[in-house]
Structures are given as C-alpha cells and as structure tokens.
Ligand binder design. Structure first.
Ligand code: ADP
Length: 491
C-alpha cells in the first residue's frame, strides 16, 4: 500500500509532544511492514536539521492557490532516520514557518490551513496518488475537506483519508477568511452544522470537525479515550459530532518506537540494561544524580516528564514534588510551559528548591535528559486531568520505571494497578492508579509506590520487570492501522 502522512510534526526533527513520536513511529512500522510511506511536513526554520539526511530541493515551482492568487513554494526532500520526508517552504511575506516556533502565532489557523492546501497541491502536482492519506490533529483537519470538495475533481478521486485526533482540546477555529483563502468559498454551504460550522460558535468554522465529517475513518489514540470523547466533556464540544459519525470512529492505542525508546540500545543513556540484568539501571540512577547534583543516598527517585499544562494536572505535579520529599524520596521534573502563569509558577518552585539535595526541576525541552530520567528514576508520575494516550508511562514501563497514573484516557489502557486491578492477574500488573483529581487520591497511589520501594524492594523490582515485559511497540497498532486502511480503501 502507498500511504502519505500529512502532519505538523515528525520526531525527532519536529517534535512538540507525542504527535511527533506517533507520526514517525507509525510511519517506520508501516515501512517495516513493506508499505510505501512518505511524510509531508512544513519546513520550519527551527526544526532539527541535524536529523535530516540528504536534504535537497525536490520540487522547485509549486504554486499553491491562495485567496485569488497563488503562493510560490519549494518542496525539499530528505530522510529522517530512514523515513522519506517532504518539507514545504512557502516564499511569501507571511513567513508562515519562519517564526522560531512550531505553534503559538496569532495566525496559526491560517498557517496550517495553508499547509493543508499546499500538501494536497503538492500531491496533485507531483502526481503522487497514495491509496491512503493519513492526517493528524487540527492542523490538517482541512485536508479531507479540501480533498473531497476540490481535489477529487482534479484527479484525486481515489484517495481515502484516515484522520487521527491526538488532542481534542485544540480544534482549529477559523472563519470566512479560511474559506476564501483555501478556495472553499461558499460560506452558506460550509457554515452548516453538518459540515464545518462550530458546534458552539455559529460564526466560526472548526477544522477538526471538518476532519471528522469528511474523513473516511477517524481514530483517536486509545480505546478508552474514544469512549470518553463521545460520552464525556473531554470531546470539547465534538462529542455529538463523533456520536453522529460513530460508525467510522475508533480508538487505536499508540505504540512507541523500540529502536529509540529501549534501554537495551538507547544511544542517549550511559549504561544499557535488560530485564535480565538491571545493573545498568542502577548506574544510570547514579549518573542522573551526578548530572543534576542530587544527593547519592538510598532513596527512590520519582520523576515527571511532560508539558506543564492544565491537561497534565499541574496542581498534582506540584503536590507530587512535595509529597515525594515528605515520603523521603527524591524528585526530578523535566517540563516546559507555554502558559506564562504556569511557567512563572514552576520557575518559582525551581528557585525555592534550588539548594534542596533531593529535588531538581529542569524547565525546558531536553530530549537527551528525558532519556536519562526514564532510565535513572524508579517511579514516574502521570497525574493528567485527561490523557488521550500518554507516552511517558509507556516509555517508563519499557525502562523499568514504575508508573503512578491517574485512571483516564490511554492511561487506563496501559497501566494496571498492582493492588486493585480487577481484570489483570497479579503477574500482569505494572503500576499504580488513582482516579480523583485531589491530593489524597494522588497520595494513595504514590504513597503505595514509595512504601513498596522501601519496604519490599524485591516486590518493587518484580513490578518493574512485569512492566518491562509489556509489548507496547508499534507492531500491533501498526497492523491495526493497516487493516483500517484496507477497509477504507475497499469501501
Ligand atoms: P503530549 O503529546 O500531550 O505532550 P505524550 O505523553 O503523548 O504527551 O508525549 C510526550 C512526549 O514528549 C514524550 O516523548 C516525552 O518524553 C516528550 N517530552 C515532553 N516534555 C518534554 C521535555 N520537557 N523535554 C523532553 N521531552 C519531553
């Protein structure tokens, strides 16, 4: 099969979060399963060019219709760790992708509407006719809309679209401008509740809703989140739309790339280890302490890695720091915040804890340090308010770092409470789960984890080993996506 992914991220070259990991990991798995995969991305000024091999101009004169005229673009091509990627570079005074960041401009909606249009125009002009176009999140929600309403009449009538939603919170809210810029035009046709009109703001169009309505199939990144999105407020207003389209909506759990996230081969950690021999994990713990100037004492290290955002339960992250210290554990945090209030708050915490030999807060994005933290800590907390899939607990499991998670979204599908899980036998349990969003709930799970480390270290190690044995590679989800692509191709 020939699959083209259209996305705003692809790790490690463009990564703001899990979306980047998924686009790369799934593409690689599909390639391993003998499918042809190409990835179309924006050419950002700030991406990691050092992860692209053989970057060259592949298509010089791509004219992308925009408003009444057209924007001149070049398309560059290169390999990102074995995956063929095309990077679209517009030459216009808007400098859409030369902003020094991936997201966060006032005109993000126009930037990614343009990218969606340009990606399809590129496929059209370069005669690429994939069996399936797989696009992701709000940034590419307009791709199936444009395909169905415009490009199918220009020679792309056989292409099918799979649309994956990684986060319902950001949906891409545009207006009349988007319609005129992209050539969709007909206002009254699109400002219709069955098409693009936002479910709450009648004067707005919603890209993600467009993605849902116009795709051949819609997925989100875990089965439990697929249920939550339809039946709770976690669908952020799209629950009804999803329910209406439920026959083409499902959840497929994300995997992780075991060539990259694997303590047996990870090139970014100083000591490798296996479930048979955890000596390397203990050495990594020492290396982590040395690096962050933590005291070298007989204590567990609890960690948090992730965006510092309301979604991630920042009030519980903060509480986890002080509760861990209270329970005589050490705490390491690696996180970055886009909201200035949250950023300032964690900077104050960092300054406050600066001289504490048992805590280190690292504010920022640091891939290499993330690897060392996964490898060197004993417990990882994921206290999210909602979590479509969550990768940090899955990575933690692979590194023998016991997850303590809130029972929401994909966390429910991946972490099974050592003491209380109703469905898994004891030998298949792998962490600790709590459900409510208050401090006592977090303490009940984190406290059990730390107590187990102190009081029954063999049992704690056994739990970590049980987690390491889980297969959360892309193997199975990759096959699920292939089956899905096959279904929509032949419908
Ligand atoms: P989300 O996509 O909501 O941000 P996920 O758990 O799905 O969260 O994916 C997070 C990914 O980003 C993981 O690979 C994690 O290691 C990485 N990550 C998050 N924050 C940081 C950071 N500050 N530094 C390095 N890696 C980070």
């Amino acid at each position: 099969m020939y699959i083209v992914q259209i996305a705003s991220e692809c790790a490690p070259v463009i990564k703001a979060g899990g979306l980047g990991d998924v686009v790369y990991g799934l593409s690689r798995e599909l390639s391993l399963q003998q499918h042809t995969v190409e990835i179309v991305l924006p050419k950002y000024d700030c991406m990691r060019y050092d992860h692209i091999w053989g970057l060259h101009e592949a298509y010089r004169d791509l004219w992308v219709p925009w408003y009444g005229g057209a924007i001149h673009c070049s398309v560059h091509c290169g390999w990102v760790h074995g995956q063929l990627c095309f990077f679209i570079e517009p030459h216009s005074e808007d400098f859409y992708f030369d902003r020094g960041h991936y997201y966060g401009s006032d005109d993000d909606e126009m930037r990614f509407a343009f990218f969606s249009k340009a990606a399809l125009e590129f496929l059209l002009q370069s005669n690429k006719r994939p069996n399936v176009i797989h696009c992701h999140d709000w940034q590419t929600g307009l791709v199936p809309v444009l395909l169905y309403e415009i490009y199918q009449y220009q020679g792309m009538g056989n292409q099918r679209v799979c649309y994956t939603i990684h986060n319902f919170k950001h949906q891409g809210i545009g207006g009349v401008k988007t319609l005129w810029a992209t050539g969709l035009n007909r206002e009254s046709y699109y400002f219709n509740n069955e098409r693009l009109q936002d479910n709450f703001n009648p004067f707005a169009i919603n890209y993600m809703k467009g993605g849902i309505v116009y795709s051949n199939h819609v997925t989100t990144v875990s089965p439990h989140h697929a249920w939550e999105a339809q039946y709770t407020d976690i669908g952020y207003g799209l629950g009804h739309t999803l329910h209406f389209h439920q026959d083409k909506f499902s959840g497929i759990l994300n995997g992780i790339n075991y060539e990259f996230w694997n303590p047996e081969v990870d090139s970014q950690i100083p000591y490798h280890y296996t479930p048979e021999d955890l000596t390397g994990k203990r050495l990594n713990k020492k290396a982590l302490r040395d690096r962050l100037l933590l005291q070298d004492v007989d204590k567990p290290i609890v960690s948090f890695i992730g965006r510092l955002d309301q979604q991630k339960g920042v009030h519980l992250v903060q509480h986890a720091i002080y509760y861990s210290l209270f329970k005589n554990a050490q705490f390491v945090l690696l996180g970055s915040a886009t909201e200035s209030g949250i950023n300032d708050h964690f900077w104050r915490e960092k300054v406050h804890l600066n001289n504490n030999p048992n805590a280190h807060l690292e504010i920022g994005f640091n891939e290499e340090l993330a690897h060392l933290i996964y490898a060197g800590s004993d417990i990882i907390v994921v206290p999210s308010n909602y979590e479509p899939c969550g990768l940090t607990q899955i990575i933690g499991l692979k590194y023998g770092t016991v997850p303590v998670v809130r029972g929401v979204g994909g966390l429910v599908n991946t972490v099974f409470d050592r003491d209380y899980d109703p469905n898994k036998p004891l030998e298949e349990r792998n962490g600790f789960v709590f459900y409510q969003g208050d401090y006592p709930a977090l303490e009940s799970a984190l406290g059990r984890a730390i107590d187990l480390w102190y009081e029954k270290s063999n049992d704690f190690e056994q739990l970590a080993l049980q987690g390491m044995k889980y297969d959360n590679s892309w193997n199975l989800p990759g096959a699920e996506y292939v089956a899905l692509y096959d279904r929509i191709r032949h419908k």
